[in-house]
Design a protein around this ligand. Structure first.
Ligand code: PEP
Ligand code: MG
Length: 315
């Protein structure tokens, strides 16, 4: 089965009834991009991973080189550059943070970027330079309020002015949906974005109040919980209400679960971004999906009392 999947890895993933679902890869550096055979795009570049070993902040030139290397490894396929997502479980040496009692509820993701506009400006400057030569999506993590997105978009506009070559033609803007509030407010965000990318790792953690990586609550922290499915459905519903196309992606772990592909597509997801090694098999799972059946499956899953019942349904 895996051999068959690998043989077809470079073909698009189309459901039995003709709906194309993009299958991208999550990358932390150019090596991952090279490893992701058949990926339609890089659906999530975790830029914080590019500079984990640094003791001082990388300047604009260094950042540009790192992001450009990833874009070149993707060879013309779209690259989704996420702004720095540190704080919470991800400390960064050159960015000492005040101690917080609850770091996952504190200054992380876009909150930190907006608190350090100097760092955000440098990063967006580097993104825009690369976007003049490659198709780039800019993505903001941990967005909670529309005001935050307004401020982030303004910072991006400023970076376009700083670079001084006009707005790059292929530049698109999106947000991670990983805070339940953002999923529930999707209709308010939709007019301001080109895409939503659902981060099921954090979305699950926050919906179920179960810290990711804490083994003691791992059984609770299940992306198939019907509450998480309701938030994914809310995101897709909000996207559908905009008067332009808003693509709904999933880039959390759940996207790489072959058994979940039909469910996610039935909920309205049209892009899955997964670990480099999972691209081929997830594409193959998409090819087995029938959209009408997938929608019925999603509706049934949402009626389930718990994640266990959803998993039974998927078998
Ligand atoms: C997520 O939260 O699901 C996600 C993809 O982002 P990260 O794992 O980097 O927090
Ligand atoms: Mg996250």
């Amino acid at each position: 089965r895996r051999e068959n999947a690998l043989r077809r890895a470079h073909e698009p993933a189309v459901t039995r009834d003709g709906t194309t679902v993009l299958v991208g890869t999550n990358v932390g550096g150019a090596g991952d991009a090279e490893a992701a055979v058949g990926a339609d795009l890089a659906g999530l570049v975790r830029t914080e991973f590019c500079f984990l070993d640094r003791h001082r902040a990388p300047d604009v030139d260094e950042q540009e080189a790192a992001y450009r290397a990833i874009a070149e490894a993707m060879g013309g396929r779209r690259v989704t550059l996420r702004t720095l997502d540190v704080g919470g479980d991800k400390p960064l040496d050159y960015l000492p943070m005040p101690r917080e009692a609850n770091p996952f509820l504190g200054v992380r993701g876009l909150r930190l970027a907006l608190a350090r506009p100097d760092l955000l400006a440098d990063q967006l400057h580097a993104f825009v330079r690369v976007a003049h030569d490659h198709p780039v999506d800019v993505m903001f993590p941990m967005v909670t309020t529309v005001d935050e997105l307004v401020a982030a978009r303004r910072a991006l506009d400023d970076a376009v002015v700083t670079v001084g070559r006009g707005r790059p033609a292929g530049l698109r803007v999106g947000i991670m949906v990983e805070v339940p509030a953002a999923a529930l407010k999707a209709p308010a965000f939709a007019p301001m974005v080109d895409f939503f990318s659902i981060g099921t790792n954090d979305l699950t953690q926050y919906a179920l109040a179960a810290e990711r990586g804490n083994d003691a609550v791992a059984p609770l922290s299940d992306g198939l919980d019907p509450a998480v499915l309701a938030l994914i459905a809310a995101t897709a519903g909000g996207a559908g209400r905009a008067d332009h196309d808003v693509l709904v992606a999933v880039c959390g772990e759940l996207a790489g679960d072959e058994d979940a592909a039909a469910l996610l597509i039935g909920l309205g997801v049209r892009e899955l971004s997964v670990a480099p090694t999972a691209v081929a098999t997830v594409k193959e799972a998409v090819r087995a999906v029938d959209l009408t059946q997938a929608r019925a499956l999603a509706a049934a899953a949402r009626e389930c009392p718990d994640a266990h019942a959803v998993r039974e349904l998927l078998r």
